[in-house]
Design a protein around this ligand. Structure first.
Ligand code: ADP
Length: 672
């Protein structure tokens, strides 16, 4: 006989009428125990052969076989060794078969006595994954299934016993005589014996098995229900996240669902940073008879649970918060108990007997806290509940990050839209601004060309008109290029220590040179040469000052006044102000004047010339130099002031550096 053949197959071949059945592992255990109980309860001295497949299964039952060996000396126990199981003749015979033997796949128990015979002969069936159809390598015990025969039929039992005794002989040839004796005892009982089966052990075993099965089922139902509850909660919060990108809505759903599911007295969700000392409570679930915290300033820095949760980045709970020594996460902590500003204990004031804080973390950053309170002391935070709250905290984290990302996206979108609008406006305005002077030039030149007899005076007017519009176009193109260069951020600033007085003087002399033939208002300079040096790019700063002075003169009658002043603004900045007594600016236009192409008269009705780009250029330059520029005016015809700040050289507040450099320095590069 080959030891790779299955005993069950051999039996089925020998007795083709047998119909094998499927048994779960737990049924086989119940039946085996009942058969063994039968032996232990009787006086039969039967032949008992048990194959356990592997040593570990035998070890669980070894104590029963010691007791069985007290009833009969014909006991054979088979198993594939895993530690020290070996062929041995002790209180009973042990047979250690090869790991390749088909017996490793089979579960046998055969009892043949004069008054009682039964056998259980089964082969394990591979558990197949219902989704993939692949065999499951380490199936759970409850899922193990066997196929085979359980019977009291004597001829079948005896045939099975003979087959197994033959297999034992292969491994234990030295037991030839004992096995021959067992075989002849079995063979003789094939016809002669009778079955006086006591149904008691079987009924008892089967009821125990059913009870155990029922109990396991109940446990499984309970855990499925808990799982379902968790999934339902997490789903409702996930769908709230999908429905809305508004954290308030999500927090509301989360506190309500969680508070109800945990039957808490209070559940809070709030955003906070690790460094926050307090938060304002907005989202709360409230049980009956508990005071609301909504609108209250909730102190965090004095709360040991918050501190611990932030440090460890994990949930912290107390089962009894009323004691002086808190057991946080089952470890003793002596906290400085949280009290409100008037010194009353928060725990008593807000009826908190059990307290839990779960941090909402994303990439090690604290985003917020989920807090649960119970009124009853000694509340037990079960693993299932803790897991549930943590799962929800994770979802809340996702929601917050998503909302943050969305807000950023919204911002970016708005910026892009604004940029796009500006670009379109710019193209339209630039086109218009260039076309207007071009049309004038064209008309003038056409008239000059088509009317050679035009009188000299008109001819002169036409030429002057064409020339002035050509100049306007040149300025427009130049300003436009300057602004584009500044806006693109491609400017390299040449910062150096400069006295403001020098820059103001240069701007004034450039203004006078340009306005040589115009009547200018009186210009008053109040810029002390003792002021500290500024760190700036002289060329660009003179450009700004010239522009502001130009505007001040342009919008002020020659009878008016223009003043340029400079003084310290705090310890780090110098403020320069260009004020005039001219036409002033409406309060709602004080910011708009810095927009590109803004001109009070509108692009078509310009009386004062200019491109409408000057102040936009000034703002770009001053911002680039690390300062700020703004306009002030009390309204129409009440004059205007343009202020700009510039960083001073630190440590030069006493103005010494001015004196030292005054003689050496000259702003050499002044734009024309
Ligand atoms: P422009 O080339 O038209 O002067 P700016 O950008 O320098 O362009 O100025 C934009 C507009 O701001 C001017 O057209 C004018 O309406 C207003 N503005 C600028 N400076 C003054 C000022 N000192 N007084 C009154 N309005 C001013």
């Amino acid at each position: 006989m080959s030891n790779s053949t299955s005993i069950l197959e051999d039996l089925l071949r020998a007795m083709p009428d047998l119909r094998p059945q499927i048994y779960f592992k737990s049924s086989l255990t119940a039946l085996s125990h009942a058969m063994e109980d039968q032996v232990l309860a009787g006086t039969d001295r039967p032949v008992v052969i048990a194959n356990f497949q592997r040593e570990r299964f035998y070890r669980q039952e070894a104590h029963r076989y010691l007791r069985i060996s007290e009833r009969t000396d014909q006991v054979y126990v088979l198993a594939a060794p895993e530690t020290d199981f070996a062929n041995r003749s002790d209180r009973y015979e042990t047979i250690a078969f090869d790991a390749t033997d088909a017996l490793t796949q089979e579960w046998h128990l055969i009892v043949v006595g004069p008054r009682y015979a039964s056998c259980l002969l089964c082969r394990e069936r591979q558990v197949v994954d219902s989704f993939t159809d692949f065999p499951v390598l380490h199936a759970p015990d409850q899922a193990r299934r066997f196929e085979g025969i359980w019977t009291f039929d004597r001829p079948t039992v005896c045939k099975a016993a003979e087959l197994l005794l033959d297999r034992i002989l292969i491994y234990r040839p030295e037991l030839r005589d004992k096995l021959a004796q067992a075989k002849s005892s079995v063979t003789s009982k094939r016809q002669s014996g009778f079955n006086n089966v006591d149904p008691g052990p079987f009924a008892e075993r089967l009821v125990t098995y059913l009870q155990a099965g029922q109990y396991k089922l109940l446990k499984a139902y309970r855990s499925i229900a808990a799982q379902e509850r968790k999934e339902r909660l997490v789903n409702s919060i996930t769908s709230a996240i999908r429905r809305s990108l508004n954290p308030h809505e999500i927090f509301n759903v989360a506190v309500q669902e969680l508070g109800q599911a945990l039957q808490a007295s209070r559940c809070l969700v709030y955003r906070c940073k690790a460094t926050d000392t307090s938060v304002m409570i907005q989202h709360e679930y409230l049980g009956e008879g508990v005071d609301s915290l909504v609108g209250q300033e909730w102190n965090l820095d004095i709360n040991p649970l918050f501190q611990l949760a932030v440090q460890a980045q994990e949930r912290m709970y107390v089962e009894d918060a009323q004691t002086d020594v808190w057991i946080v996460n089952d470890q003793e902590v002596v906290p400085r108990l949280p009290t409100s500003s008037n010194g009353t204990s928060l725990v008593n004031h807000w009826q908190i007997a059990a307290w839990l804080m779960v941090p909402v973390i994303h990439q090690n950053r604290l985003l917020g806290i989920v807090e649960v309170h119970h009124r009853e002391g000694l509340y037990e935070w079960t693993d299932a509940n803790l897991e549930l709250i943590e799962a929800i905290a994770t979802q809340i984290g996702v929601a917050l990050i998503q909302a943050e990302a969305y807000a950023n996206l919204e911002d970016l979108n708005q910026q892009l839209e604004a940029l796009d609008r500006t670009r379109s406006n710019l193209i339209a305005i630039t086109g218009h601004e260039l076309r207007t002077p071009l049309s004038t030039i064209q008309i003038c030149l056409e008239s000059l060309a088509s009317e050679p007899d035009m009188d000299l005076e008109l001819r002169q007017v036409m030429l002057m008109s064409a020339l002035s519009d050509a100049e306007r176009m040149r300025k427009l193109i130049q300003d436009f290029l300057t602004l584009s260069q500044l806006e693109s951020g491609r400017i390299e600033w040449h910062l150096e220590p400069l006295p403001i007085r020098e820059c103001v003087d240069l701007a004034l002399s450039s203004l006078r040179a340009r306005q040589l033939h115009s009547e200018l208002p009186e210009i008053i300079t109040q810029v002390s040469s003792e002021l500290p040096l500024i760190r700036t790019d002289g060329e660009w700063l003179v450009e700004v000052l010239s522009k502001l002075l130009d505007n001040a003169c342009k919008f002020t009658e020659p009878t008016g006044q223009v003043t340029i002043q400079a003084h310290l603004n705090g310890r780090q900045m110098l403020e320069v102000t260009v004020s005039d007594t001219g036409r002033g600016i409406e309060p709602n236009r004080l910011e708009t004047v810095f927009d590109r192409f803004y001109q009070e008269e509108g692009a078509l009705r310009r009386s004062t010339g200019g491109t409408g780009l000057g102040l936009a250029i000034c703002r770009q330059i001053v911002t680039g130099l690390g300062g700020r520029i703004w306009a002030e005016s009390e309204g129409k015809d009440r004059g205007s002031q343009f202020h700009l700040t510039l960083p001073i050289i630190q440590g030069d507040l006493d103005g010494n550096a001015v004196k030292a450099t005054k003689e050496k320095r000259k702003v050499s590069r002044v734009k024309g």
